[in-house]
Design a protein. Structure first.
Length: 278
């Protein structure tokens, strides 16, 4: 059976995303993102599903691991994030004093927390908070987590969709050791790559000119300092298009002239969410 590693505890949004991507896979939790990447780098038959960015709070912070392990990106998946107030069965809102969750979840539900005068407590993840509530069995405590967490740990959903903004999405990357990419056809594709520029004035400006000349749209350009340095940067980039398209090939060839390190992370079909927006 195929294996998919995710960071967190059963019931986490990463677990929910993994079930959506491949419900028949053996889904295995890891304590850290680094553990996920390490497992996949040692086992070519496995995959990992990693949150890369959130529509509201921005980048998750896994860039260094992408640079270090250089796993291949097979696909992307956008998971809808809907936060719920989870409690022990039979608990009333008036009994709750404390709410536990990941810092981002607490921030995204700040209006509800303030309205109900709850005391916030930051935990490592959302599902872990739900698990804690189920074990401590104190009605004064609640967790903010997914519906899957409620089902996993036998908790009641006292209030659904308590997030400040509706329509929140987290972009997940499905990655692995083996290199695989779809053949070029009429579909919509994303090409993801990283690069490090040669040290010279206006290097970034010059390196990106090929994309403008060839009409290639960059959808992501993110800098990340090289380890132990603030003078040298890697760049993580996504573009609209397949690497076999002539315009994309020309753009990347132009970029390569300015790089001392260049690596294609993956070519994959754009998620259906992108197609709805186009």
């Amino acid at each position: 059976m195929n294996k998919i590693y995710f960071q967190g505890t059963f019931g986490a949004y990463s677990h929910l995303a993994a079930l959506s991507v491949d419900p028949k896979a053996s889904i295995i939790p890891c304590k850290t993102f680094d553990e996920c990447f390490s497992n996949a780098s040692k086992d070519p038959s496995s995959r990992i599903i990693i949150p890369e960015s959130n529509r509201i709070t921005g980048n998750i912070g896994i860039e260094y691991l992408i640079f270090h392990y250089r796993l291949n990106i097979y696909s992307e998946y956008f998971q809808k994030i809907e936060h719920n107030l989870l409690v022990l069965p039979g608990t009333k809102i008036s009994e709750i004093k404390n709410v536990y969750s990941h810092s981002q979840a607490l921030s995204q539900c700040s209006k509800f927390i303030k309205l109900n005068n709850l005391s916030e407590h930051v935990r490592a993840d959302t599902a872990g908070s739900a698990e804690m509530i189920s074990k401590t069995k104190e009605k004064k405590n609640a967790a903010i987590a997914s519906t899957l967490s409620a089902k996993t740990y036998g908790l009641e959903i006292l209030k659904k969709n308590i997030e400040n903004e509706k329509g929140n999405l987290t972009r997940f990357l499905i990655m692995g050791k083996n290199i695989s990419q779809p053949e070029f056809s009429n579909g919509k594709y994303i090409t993801s790559f990283l690069f490090k520029l040669k040290s010279k004035p206006a290097a970034l400006y010059q390196s990106l000119s090929g994309f403008a000349i060839n009409g290639v749209n960059l959808t992501k350009l993110q800098s990340y300092p090289e380890k132990n340095s603030f003078d040298s940067y890697f760049f993580l980039c996504d573009l609209d298009g397949h690497i076999e398209e002539v315009r994309v090939k020309k753009s990347l060839e132009e970029l390569g002239l300015h790089c001392e390190d260049f690596h294609v992370l993956g070519v994959f079909e754009a998620d259906k969410i992108r197609l709805k927006k186009s």
